[in-house]
Design a protein around this ligand. Structure first.
Ligand code: C2E
Ligand code: CA
Ligand code: CA
Ligand code: CA
Length: 279
């Protein structure tokens, strides 16, 4: 900023330079994150809208850098995908989530599944199904307790390869969820032909259901359609009681959002599981 020129151009390039520098710094910091044990997983409960009890949870990665502090996954996951680091990071996430779930099962929370996000890049040139099978075996965890969340862009990347892996995963017994549903641009075609068990209604819909008639209509239609196809629905980003009421009134199966709980550390999630309070 000291060298900032009087003209806008100079300022602009300085700013660009700074952004590029930050990007490069973050990139090299990311290389050290896995060996430096800077990642952790947080868990956000999903709640059954009929019983009001926790019926699942999503593992969400957190990066605590010694100097940069907490870096949001929205910032570093794209970078990890760009650099290919998503492959070892994704493997760490799968193994850590499965091992943690096994520990919770052994503490008496048997029957609970965990959902893990998979990036499209984890399918490219890698046998994800084989990796998942190996990790489940290592953790001595039955496949039905693992739910894999994919976005529509992942399904669109390389339909042939992805479909083959999904069918292998499905055959093994894992559950498949379509994440951020409704935000992709060919949503309906993915419901036809892909072995999807769960649709996660994107939080942009949840945010608008009580404010926009058309969003309410679309959301109702998604739930009805999912039911007709034998799929479960999860409403993401439920923050208010009105949103919860809407989802429950229209027979959405589960909800996930700040209204019930933010993503929690292992200790806090463990404590919540022990209470498993009703909404
Ligand atoms: P996502 O898979 O759609 O995860 C849900 C995001 O919504 C999480 O953000 C969660 O903290 C946030 N959220 C939950 N409830 C609410 C709510 O009521 N209101 C609002 N406004 N937000 C809510 P987070 O943890 O920052 O993760 C952002 C994204 O980063 C994830 O979106 C996912 O795409 C990606 N991500 C996170 N962990 C992993 C991972 O282990 N692997 C991969 N490949 N991607 C991950
Ligand atoms: Ca997700
Ligand atoms: Ca989502
Ligand atoms: Ca998302």
């Amino acid at each position: 900023a000291k060298q900032q020129g009087r003209n806008g151009y100079r300022y602009y390039t300085d700013d660009m330079g700074q952004q590029a520098r930050q990007h490069t710094e973050l990139r090299s910091a990311l290389v050290g994150a896995l060996p430096g044990r800077q990642f952790e997983l947080h868990y956000q409960p999903q709640v059954d809208l009929r019983t009001g009890r926790i019926n699942s949870m999503e593992a969400l990665i957190r990066w605590r850098h010694p100097d940069l502090g907490m870096v949001s996954p929205a910032r570093f996951i794209p970078l990890a995908e760009e650099t290919g680091l998503i492959v070892p990071i994704g493997e760490w996430v799968l193994r850590t989530a499965c091992a943690q779930l096994k520990a919770w099962h052994q503490e008496g929370h048997a029957g609970l599944p965990v959902a893990v996000n998979l990036s499209a890049h984890q399918f490219r040139g890698h046998d994800v199904a084989q990796l998942v099978a190996r990790i489940l075996r290592e953790c001595d965890l039955p496949a039905r307790f693992l739910e894999l969340e994919l976005t529509e862009s992942a399904l669109m990347l390389d339909t042939g390869t992805v479909l083959k892996s999904l069918l292998a995963l499905k055959g093994m017994g894992t559950r498949l969820a379509l994440d951020d549903f409704g935000t992709g641009y060919s949503s309906l075609s993915h419901l036809n032909g892909f072995p999807i068990d769960v649709i996660k209604i994107d939080k942009s819909f949840t945010l608008e259901v009580t404010r926009s008639k058309s969003t309410a209509a679309i959301t109702r239609a998604i739930i009805v359609m999912a039911k007709a196809l034998g799929m479960k629905t999860v409403a993401e980003g439920v923050e208010t009681e009105d949103q919860l009421r809407f989802m429950a009134a229209h027979q959405c199966d589960s909800m996930q959002g700040y209204y019930y709980s933010r993503p929690l550390s292992v200790a806090d999630m463990g404590a919540l599981l022990a209470e498993n309070r009703r909404i």
